[in-house]
Design a protein around this ligand. Structure first.
Ligand SMILES: [Zn+2]
Length: 262
């Protein structure tokens, strides 16, 4: 085998272990070693079995599909980034950012949470990426402010909508929020990463991508005649939409240049 291809292969495997491990341990407090995904079992998985993708030794439950999806995704991403690394941050930086964004997206999809340790790490990773990639350093903090402001306005409108909707239905608007505070944090992180003015395009693209995914889910519910019972419980994956948009901007800039010339 070509020796230089061993680097993206091994780094891709390492990236997969890190991403999968973060998604399996971080959302649980106190953070504990990986355990079986079967809700009735929850037995801790020995590290050897965990890393070798073996079934749960206690109940025989196979590993969750996400583990395999991430393996394919991170290997593919590692080779892709190796062949066309993002400008200024190179292969290593590109892979670190990809692992970070993927971990946040997976945890958001599975738990609808953007966790504090990942938020704090994101401020550093975002600022580091921004100062290396964004032209003119002041566009980095400006991007964060813009991300905060745009999502803040969305957040207030969402709150207003939930309140009006609750009044119309005569129920109490308790807890239910159209947009989480975590999404605002994510917009700040991506604002640092992409800088001004790319952040507004990232948010717009993210909303469109999240909307497209929701539309598919709604169509599926309508076709399977389950729309009514689910009508107010549809989850719009805004966070993962923003992350997907940021990935398109960071890793496929050539395709993007066709739409928005820089
Ligand atoms: Zn088990």
């Amino acid at each position: 085998m070509n020796l230089t291809l061993a680097i993206p292969l091994l780094a891709g495997l390492a990236a997969w272990i890190v991403t999968n491990l973060l998604a399996d341990t971080l959302p649980f407090t106190p953070a504990k070693a990986p355990h079986c995904g079967n809700a009735a079992c929850r037995a801790p998985l020995p590290w050897q079995d965990y890393l070798l993708l073996r079934r749960c030794p206690k109940c025989g439950q196979p590993r969750r599909a996400r583990t395999w999806v991430l393996l394919a995704l991170l290997l593919a991403a590692s080779f892709y980034i190796w062949l066309s690394p993002p400008r200024d941050i190179g292969y290593a930086g590109g892979l670190v950012v990809f692992v970070y964004l993927t971990s946040v997206a997976v945890i958001d999809l599975e738990h609808r949470l953007i966790l504090q340790p990942l938020s704090i790490a994101g401020l550093f990773i975002g600022a580091g990426t921004g100062f290396l990639m964004v032209e003119d350093w002041w566009n980095v903090p400006l991007g964060a402010v813009a991300g905060f402001a745009i999502l803040g306005i969305f957040y207030l409108f969402g709150k207003l909508f939930v309140r009006l909707n609750a009044r119309r239905l005569g129920t109490n608007a308790g807890g239910e929020e159209a947009l989480g505070r975590g999404d605002i944090t994510l917009a700040i992180i991506l604002g640092l990463m992409l800088g001004w003015p790319l952040i507004w395009f990232g948010i717009l693209l993210g909303v469109l991508l999240a909307g497209a995914v929701s539309l598919v889910i709604i169509l599926w519910l309508v076709i399977t005649r389950r729309y009514k019972e689910q009508a107010f419980g549809i989850f719009i994956p805004l966070g993962p939409g923003f992350i997907l948009a940021a990935m398109v901007i960071l890793y496929f800039p050539l395709y993007l240049a066709v739409i928005v010339p820089r």
